[in-house]
Each structure stands twice: as C-alpha cells, then as structure tokens.
Design a protein around this ligand. Structure first.
Ligand code: ADP
Ligand code: MG
Length: 466
C-alpha cells in the first residue's frame, strides 16, 4: 500500500506513483512486447477517492485492455491501492498529423541503425501515394483494422500485431488501408525499406526468377526489406512452391522483429489449400476483419469523394446513393464516377433522377452477372458438398441448411422468381423458398455460425463477379 498523503517522490504526482506501482505488477505478468504495446502508452492522470483515472489513446485501446487484461489490471490496482480501489479512464485521441518526432530517442536509434543499410540497392516500394490514412474514412466496420494499422505505422515490428492480417470482402478498403500503413511508415521512418506486392504478382515474379536462375536473388531481395506488405494472400492458394518460399521469408521476418502486413478475402481458417504452417502463423499476430460500411460511413465516404472529385452533389442525392448501394465502397465510388461522366458529357446538372438511373444500372449489372448456378457452386464449395445434393430429396441437416442458404442468396442476388428458384433446387415449391428465406433471415440474427457462413459465401460470390 502507498501512503497517499506522503508522496515519496516530490517530482512525481500521486497518480504517477500509483501507476508505476501497478506497472511493476503488470510487467511481471505479460511479455515485454505486450507491455510496450498496451501498457506503456497509458498515462495516469488523477487519483481521487481511491479511484485512479488513466488516459488511453483510443476507445479501441480500452476495449482491448478490458477484454484481455481486466483481471490483471484489477489485481495490480488492488495491490497498490487496496481492495476498494477503482479505475476510471479517459480517451484522448492523438491528432492524425504527428509532430516532428526527431527528438524521440527510439526513433533516432532506429534511424542510426538504418544508415548502415544505405548501401542496399534502390528499389520500388510499389506503394501508391494516393492511399493515406488521411483520406481513409473511419467507420464501425473498419475500426479495429484502422486503429491497429495506425499503431503499426507508429512502431513497425514493435507491437504484438505481427503479422497484421486484415480480411474482408471486395471493395471494403483493405488495399487502401495496408498501403496507407506502408506510406505512413515511409513518412515516419524514411530509411525503412517497405515493399508492397500483391500475392499473385509475387507468385509470377517468383516463377520468372526461377526460370531465369535468379531464385536466390529474389529471395534475398525480399529478405532485405524491413516491412513486407502482401495483398490478397489468398492468391497463394494452390501455389505450393511460392507458399514454401513465403513461409521461409515469413519466418525470417518474424524472427528479426520485422513487420509483415497481409490482406485476404477471408479469415486464415478459411484459406483452404493454404499450408497449415502458414495458417497457424497468420494467427500469431492480429487478425482484423473489415465489414461493409454502415449508412453513416457510406455518407461520409460519398461526401469526401464527391468533394475530392470537385463535384457539388446535394445531400438528398448522396443519401439516396448511400441508402441503395450498401455492400461495397468501390461501387459507391463507381457511382460517383458515372454521375461525373454523365454530367461532363451532357453538361447537365446532377439530379435525383439521374442518380436513380445510375444506381439502377449498377444494381442490374450486378444481378445479371450473378446466377443461381454460381451461388450454388459457392455454397457447395463452402460446405464441401456435391452440387447434386442440393437438388436431391435429402433432408440431412447440413444439406438442408446449405440448400436454404443457396435459396436465400438466390433471392437476394438474382431477379429470379420464387418459382424459378424452387425449380432450380429439385423442383421445390415456392412456399419452400419463402420458408428457407425467413429461416435464414432469422438465423442471421440468432446463429453466429450461419451469419459467418453467409458472410463468407457472399464475399465469394461477389469476388467471382468483380
Ligand atoms: P479492397 O482491397 O478491400 O478490395 P480497396 O482498398 O481497393 O478495397 O478499396 C476500394 C476503393 O474504395 C478504393 O478506391 C479505396 O480508396 C476506397 N475506400 C475503401 N474504403 C475506404 C474508406 N474507409 N475511406 C475512403 N475510401 C475508401
Ligand atoms: Mg484489394
């Protein structure tokens, strides 16, 4: 116990003394990296009535600590303040534009270490400077991914988010975010060698290097990087040799404490056909999913993009677009570009009528591309069952569920009538299709397994059509 009325160190405030005491307990119980990531940034701000108030940099921080370390934090607090100790917290978000940080000793150490590397050959990072944190709109669906990217950009390789693995459907901002992290790292640590590459390009380049007897050079080149960003890692599926090489590069990076950032269209466990050793490594750091944006975020994105394009669009038109294009940010952008193209060709004004026509065209184009056959295939791929089973009379539980999901998605994605959908699935009646749709709609609320399955299958379908 600390005697609160007799500060032991005149320079430190009471809250600092108590927090230092808590940190001692915490430090003994978590690995160093975890301590640096989650506890070092916390500042004690006040102590009143046995309640210690701490300051955290974001809500995400608090949620993470509360979920993973609340017991430890309580224990530390009680050992310092006694059994009736309480904790309160405030969030003070840091501004996006950082102060120059040249005086930060940690950074200058990294930089001086880096100068020794300047003899390494020049290379293209392949980062697109247009992707930044500043023009990435935060929303509920990307909160974790965005916050973690920021933490990584501040301290690449130095947090427990290594690898950082983000996954989610098409057009949700994965490429934007991982490249923004890369650009931010280069800004803060100009000597860091940051390489961005998509997994399919990585595969092609690797095969080329083998054919020209330059396999070693290829390998060494990647190992000479400080940060490696690989987009759409699912494209390594089925490419065993490339997976093997990537496995070794991954290990070398991880051992050296160098940051790896990956994106994927699905979570690691669903990367069927990926080496199990890689899948287990993908789980080592942080996995963050990106969900489709909610209405508020879609509106914010449209406002920003319209502004960037120099367009004046009234808010009722933006709201109409945001309400009707819901699944994907690339489509929101596509809609604005089409509007822009239309008015520049005809020098007409942007009207609600024009927006309705364009939104209609986008939805129809999507529905034309997606057919019941594709939906059936994606559902059966997911459940690993034969497509004929969905047309059979089988009432086995798993088949019934797959059939109901396929009917539900056919109703959602295609313009087919209930009757046509029923016919596709073994000549079933339209009332069976209605029953399937309501049953799945209910399960989406009550059953997280079904919700996850539908989410992944939908992504597969959209990916196949994009
Ligand atoms: P993904 O890689 O997930 O398929 P992208 O990163 O290519 O998606 O995003 C598609 C488009 O949408 C890009 O032009 C990107 O800049 C934009 N975008 C995605 N998310 C956001 C966001 N949160 N804020 C602003 N623009 C975004
Ligand atoms: Mg992408």
């Amino acid at each position: 116990m600390i005697a609160l009325d007799m500060p032991q160190n005149p320079v430190k405030s009471q809250s600092e003394i108590i927090w230092d005491d808590c940190l001692k307990v915490i430090r003994e119980n978590v690995p160093g990296m975890t301590f640096n990531t989650w506890f070092a940034p916390i500042k004690p701000v006040d102590i009143k009535n046995n309640t210690l108030t701490i300051q955290l940099p974001s809500n995400f921080f608090w949620e993470w600590i509360d979920e993973h370390f609340s017991a430890l934090l309580n224990r530390a607090l009680k050992s310092s303040l006694g059994d009736d100790a309480k904790l309160d917290y405030i969030i003070v978000e840091e501004t996006e534009v950082e102060e120059p940080r040249y005086h930060n000793p940690i950074i200058s150490i990294i930089n001086s270490k880096e100068t020794a590397k300047s003899d390494k050959p020049e290379f293209q990072s392949d980062l697109n400077p247009k992707y930044t944190f500043d023009n990435f709109i935060k929303g509920e669906g990307n909160q974790l991914a965005r916050a973690a990217s920021g933490a990584i950009a501040d301290n690449p390789g130095g947090t427990s988010f290594n690898p950082f693995f983000i996954y989610g459907g098409v057009g949700l901002g994965k490429t934007h975010l991982i490249q923004a992290a890369g650009n931010a790292i280069i800004n803060k640590f100009p000597n860091h060698r940051v390489k961005y590459i998509s997994a399919d390009r990585f595969t092609v380049n690797f095969i080329d290097s083998l054919q020209s007897n330059k396999g070693n050079e290829f390998n060494n080149f990647y190992r000479s990087m400080d940060v490696l960003i690989v987009d759409d890692i699912q494209f390594l599926i089925g490419k065993e040799k490339t997976q093997d090489l990537f496995f070794h590069i991954f290990n070398a990076f991880h051992q050296a404490g160098k940051q790896i950032i990956l994106s994927s269209d699905k979570p690691p466990k669903d990367l069927k056909g990926m080496d199990d050793r890689l899948i287990s490594r993908f789980h080592w750091g942080l996995n963050a999913d990106m969900q489709p944006p909610d209405l508020e975020t879609r509106m914010a994105i449209l406002y920003k993009k319209a502004n960037d394009f120099g367009m004046t669009v009234s808010s009722d038109i933006l709201e109409y677009i945001a309400t009707n294009i819901t699944s994907n940010i690339r489509e929101l952008e596509g809609c604005l570009i089409k509007l822009l193209a239309n008015i520049s060709l005809t020098s007409k004004e942007i009207t609600l009528g024009l927006a309705k026509t364009i939104v209609g065209e986008i939805s129809t184009a999507k529905k034309v591309n997606i057919g019941i056959d594709l939906i059936t295939k994606c559902v059966c791929d997911y459940y690993k069952i034969d497509e004929n089973k969905l047309r059979d009379k089988t009432r086995k539980q798993e088949i019934v569920l797959a059939r109901q999901i396929a009917m539900f998605l056919s109703k959602e994605f295609t313009k087919s009538s209930l009757k046509t959908i029923g016919l596709h699935f073994g000549g079933r009646d339209h009332s069976t299709v209605i029953h399937a749709c309501t049953s799945i709609e209910n399960s989406l609320i009550t059953d997280s397994n079904i919700k996850d399955a539908v989410y992944i299958i939908k992504n597969k379908i959209e990916l196949a059509c994009s």
